[in-house]
Design a protein around this ligand. Structure first.
Ligand code: TQI
Ligand code: ZN
Ligand code: ZN
Length: 169
């Protein structure tokens, strides 16, 4: 079953359009940006929320960046594997990814990918769940289940993810 954060924080009612921006220092390709756009779309399809990219990093609701090691928020990344990314409950909006991972951004992660390969869209869909207010789920098929098999793609929302997000929005 899905869980929420203590106090059930959510983005305020009436705030249906959330903006997101990429850390300007990363200079990401359109392919990478497209992966995030697809991940946001999976959640907007089942809620009244919409997501729009903005160039203004500081004023965006959701701020996305790739960082390595200690990046100034007291939660340093740990190099390859281990922690892949972190995101915080509403309305924090911080969404950081570990730059040290072998992120797979184009095409499919498969059994023959590097053992360290991590599918970016799978992690993005999971972290956006946290950004919107979902904790972890006990349902193994859910994207909010707290483990992911390496070299696997898990991007389709399960009924349980949908029930959770539709409870909030
Ligand atoms: N990052 C953890 C996660 O997103 C951070 C975390 C631990 C967390 N406990 C939390 C965030 C409670 C919010 C609430 O779960 S991670 C997975 C999964 C990670 C893990 O790098 O370990 C995914 C990132 F689900 F596979 F384990 C993405 Cl998909
Ligand atoms: Zn961080
Ligand atoms: Zn998680």
């Amino acid at each position: 079953h899905f869980t929420l954060f203590p106090g059930q924080p959510r983005w305020p009612a009436g705030m249906e359009e959330l903006t997101y921006a990429f850390f300007p220092g990363n200079d990401l390709s359109n392919t990478v940006k497209g992966v995030f756009a697809n991940a946001f779309a999976r959640w907007s399809e089942v809620t009244t929320l919409t997501f729009r990219e903005t160039a203004s990093y500081l004023s965006a609701d959701i701020r996305i960046g790739f960082f390595s090691g200690d990046h100034g928020d007291g939660e340093p990344f740990d190099g390859m594997l281990g922690t892949l990314a972190h995101a915080f409950s509403p309305t924090n909006g911080r969404f950081h990814l570990d730059a040290a991972e072998d992120w797979v951004v184009a095409g499919d992660v498969t059994e023959s990918s590097l053992p360290t390969a991590v599918d970016l869209e799978s992690v993005a869909v999971h972290e956006i769940g946290h950004l919107l207010g979902l904790g972890h789920s006990s349902v193994e098929e859910a994207v909010m289940f707290p483990t992911i098999s390496s070299r696997k793609k898990k991007v389709v929302l399960d009924k349980d993810d949908i029930k959770g997000i539709q409870f909030l929005y």
